[in-house]
Design a protein around this ligand. Structure first.
Ligand code: ARG
Length: 460
């Protein structure tokens, strides 16, 4: 078949050049959006009186047939189908004959691809949002299941203060909540229709763009055709969103990799999401989490890649923009997997609360001891210093704080009395953090309730 743009050419395209510029092998993924856009455009052409109602019907029926061929995986690509737009129009013309050539009147592949990609992304965003909420639900359920388990909270990866397991896990629920809000916000900027921008100057056929936007379910239309064909901000925003979300999942993965190691053994990942070693029979590796951490690199790479592609572009459409698709497709596929895997890993993990308890260092209660002294009137700075000395003594004696006799404590301050042992339990220490957002049981329950509301939590 002759090329869409072949008229002014006398020479043929070099085979290598064809391979180099063809995008069909990846943009074929946009078939549904491309055909939906064309059906709406066929209607708009008739409304504008550019083609007859009958011609429009023929085009729409032909397009429906092409759509069915794709849906039933019967569509056959042919040499010369350089991109999805070419392939659909070629097949349409085979089906309906010459009138197929009227579909593209006033339209350019520049506004067409810009529209296709937005239509496609809107649908993908809906799916991704569902997966994101699914991961939040798994977090909520697991947090509820283990609400009474206390584990060490870390700063600098050193045991810092006792916190509820749920408090730790819910911290990721809130990260995802921000990701959800960011996604909802950026969706507004995806939901803009560039169709009718033509190659870049607009549409001279009297096309009703608001009608088109309505047909295609876009909230609004782009305001400037030159911007309309070249705007890829929404992809940058999407990739930024994806990068932040993926970084959150990566940090969760990192915690779980650490917590599932022999040294910690706080949690056990299900066999279904672990793998073995071909040489060491004893190994159970947290590959699911390592892959999530690993794939974060490529997601961030996609963002940096597209920013770099856009950086020096002259106004409106340049073929460089064809490079916007593969990394976005890859990112959608990656997140679709990582969100579902994260959800499943959380759903199936078990917590070794007995082992966690044995690994908790009593010195995590030092802050509680300092608070105890300051409750008795000692300035906190001084209390901090004295408890520091007590901790040093405990290290010298190789004894946990709760097993050191009160007489030893009293060498450091006579404000220490027998009732201080009450302070020295991990549960109590956690539960004393009752201000909202803290790790006390009631406020963790409040957190759970708040996140349930925001995610419209449904028992899994
Ligand atoms: N395959 C092209 C892309 O992905 C479609 C737009 C082509 N426009 C053009 N003027 N060659 O960007």
């Amino acid at each position: 078949m002759s090329k869409l743009w072949g008229g002014r050419f006398t020479g043929v395209t070099d085979t290598l050049m064809s391979q180099f510029q063809d995008s069909i092998y990846f943009d074929v993924r946009l078939w549904q959006a491309d055909i939906t856009g064309s059906i709406a455009y066929a209607k708009a052409l008739a409304r504008a009186g550019v083609i007859s109602d009958e011609e429009s019907k023929t085009l729409q029926q032909g397009l429906a047939q092409v759509q069915a061929e794709f849906a039933e995986k019967r569509f056959e690509l042919k040499t010369g189908d350089e991109d999805i737009h070419t392939a659909v129009e070629r097949r349409l013309t085979e089906i309906v004959g010459e009138v197929g050539g009227k579909l593209h009147t006033g339209r350019s592949r520049n506004d067409q691809i810009a529209t296709d990609l937005r239509l496609w992304l809107k649908a993908e965003i809906e799916q991704l949002r569902r997966h994101l909420v699914g991961a939040q639900w798994a977090i909520i359920s697991k947090a509820e299941e283990y609400v009474d388990v206390i584990l060490p909270g870390y700063t600098h990866l050193q045991q810092a203060q006792p916190v509820r397991f749920s408090h730790w896990l819910l911290s990721f629920g809130w990260m995802l909540e921000r990701d959800k809000a960011r996604l909802d916000d950026l969706t507004r900027r995806v939901d803009v229709m560039p169709l009718g921008s033509g190659a870049m100057a607009g549409n001279p056929m009297g096309i009703d763009r608001l009608f088109l936007a309505d047909e295609l379910g876009f909230a609004t239309i782009s305001a400037n055709s030159m911007d309309g064909v070249s705007d890829r901000d929404y992809l940058i925003e999407f990739l930024s969103w994806a990068s932040i979300l993926q970084v959150h999942l990566s940090r969760l993965a990192e915690d779980l990799i650490i917590y599932s190691s022999q040294e910690f053994n706080f949690v056990e990942l299900a066999d279904a999401y672990s793998t073995g070693s071909s040489i060491m029979p004893q190994k159970k590796n947290p590959d699911s989490m390592e892959l999530i951490r690993g794939k974060t690199g490529r997601v961030i790479g996609s963002l940096v890649g597209l920013l770099t592609t856009l950086k020096g572009l002259p106004s409106t459409y340049n073929k460089d923009l064809q490079e916007d698709k593969e990394s976005v497709f890859d990112t959608v596929d990656t997140l679709t997997m990582t969100l579902q895997i994260s959800r499943a890993v959380i759903q199936t993990l078990t917590v070794n609360d007995g082992i966690i308890y044995d690994k908790m260092d009593s010195t995590m209660l030092a802050t509680e001891l300092a608070n105890y002294l300051s409750a008795k009137g000692m300035p906190f700075r001084e209390a901090h210093h004295i408890v520091g000395q007590v901790v040093q003594k405990a290290i010298d004696l190789d004894q946990p704080l709760n097993l050191i006799p009160v007489a030893v404590y009293q060498q450091f301050s006579d404000l220490f009395e027998h009732d201080m042992y009450k302070v020295l339990t991990f549960h109590r220490a956690a539960d004393r953090h009752t201000s909202s957002g803290g790790t006390g049981k009631q406020v963790v329950r409040d957190q759970l309730d708040a996140l349930k509301l925001l995610t419209e939590f449904d028992e899994e």
